[in-house]
Design a binder for this molecule. Structure first.
Ligand SMILES: C[S@@+](CC[C@H](N)C(=O)[O-])C[C@H]1O[C@@H](n2cnc3c(N)ncnc32)[C@H](O)[C@@H]1O
Length: 343
């Protein structure tokens, strides 16, 4: 099993929040379509890889409001899925807030938690009418190759190691889709986005992980990181190409799911955008390093067996490197948004 996000992920996930925020109309539409012919006495919603729910909660609220227009009294369940080590307390706190989907009027809404890997069944067969999943399916089911030397990101791997990670990513993607197909009710919809490489073939993490590799190698030389651990660690994230995302659908190995809508687009980096407005390189470095730590910190900590001081130092150096190279540092996520339906 791979690691969940760091505690405090919400405070450092503006990037993910802005991406998900742009999908409100798509989710609302999919929710309406998904319940059109429902005969079940309930409506099931699932959020796969929810973290603390900050990005998806407004979208779930939209979806429930839409479902209520045609099914005002149907009981609805919303199942939040993430790794067991997720910060579930923060998610539950959010559900008590005034903006929570629980505040939508009419019939009952029951929140559920399924703290298992989404590479295993998350809910019983045929119970999900609307699934959502944002910025999650690029995380693989297992750690990266352990014999690839000092590469820390998939695009630093070469030859057979790179191919092994590609194969793992494609096997995971097929597994994810087939499991979701099984969980979707007939007519159910899944709205999801995941990272893909940019049109010119450059992964979003290229520059970032080159810096992190350099920092880790320096710290290994200084005896602050275990070189043997570093040689065995690769972040378990793979940015697929658009073709790799489409592969299971074209090969008929997506559990019968059909693509209804698809859009690829770059998501502007909010930290870099602010830097371009205010010129504050130090704040850019600090906030960007906080963003990276929130998603990659737990994996690095466990993979490299970092002391708290060593982890602090990695991200202090990253913040410094980004602020020193503020004008030349590039990090921009390209996402593919998919709406898929179970026939
Ligand atoms: C970058 S975060 C995105 C969180 C949230 N969906 C958002 O848009 O802000 C990726 C999430 O996927 C979760 N995740 C990664 N692999 C997972 C797995 N195998 N099963 C369940 N959740 C997983 C992580 O724990 C994390 O919460």
């Amino acid at each position: 099993m791979t690691e969940a996000m760091a505690e405090g992920y919400d405070a450092h996930s503006r990037y993910q929040l802005e991406a998900a925020g742009s999908y409100a109309g798509v989710v609302r539409h999919a929710a309406g379509d998904a319940v059109q012919d429902v005969r079940d006495p309930f409506v099931g919603i699932a959020d796969y890889g929810c973290a603390q729910g900050q990005s998806s909660d407004p979208l779930l609220r939209e979806a429930i409001a839409e479902i209520r227009t045609t099914r005002p009294r149907s009981p609805i369940f919303v199942c939040h899925n993430d790794q067991p080590s997720n910060d579930w307390a923060a998610l539950l706190d959010r559900l008590e807030g005034p903006d929570s989907y629980l505040a939508v009027s009419d019939g009952p809404v029951t929140p559920l938690i399924s703290p298992v890997s989404f590479y295993t069944p998350v809910l019983p067969r045929g119970t999900v009418h609307l699934g959502v999943s944002f910025a999650a399916a690029q995380w693989l089911s297992v750690p990266g190759p352990t014999d690839a030397g000092t590469a820390v990101y998939f695009d630093q791997l070469e030859g057979e190691h790179r191919e092994a990670m590609r194969r793992q990513a494609q096997a995971d993607w097929g597994t994810f889709l087939r499991l979701r197909a099984d969980e979707l009710a007939p007519g159910g919809r899944l709205v999801m986005d995941l990272m893909v490489v940019a049109d010119d073939g450059t992964p979003a993490g290229h520059d970032l992980w080159r810096e992190l590799r350099r920092i880790c190698l320096d710290m290994a030389d200084e005896g602050r990181i275990d070189s043997a651990r570093l040689a065995r660690y690769v972040l378990p994230v793979y940015e697929r190409t658009r073709e790799e995302v489409l592969e299971p659908f074209e090969a008929g190995s997506a559990g019968g799911l059909a693509i209804e809508a698809l859009a690829t687009r770059p998501i502007p980096n909010p930290y870099a955008e602010r830097y371009r407005r205010d010129g504050d390189a130090e704040a850019y470095g600090a906030d960007f390093a906080g963003f990276v730590r929130a998603f990659a910190g737990p994996s690095l900590r466990r993979g490299l067996d970092l002391s708290p001081d060593a982890e602090d130092e990695i991200f202090r150096r990253l913040a410094q490197a980004v602020s020193e190279r503020a004008d030349g540092f590039w990090f921009e996520v390209t996402t593919i948004l998919l709406v898929v339906a179970r026939a």
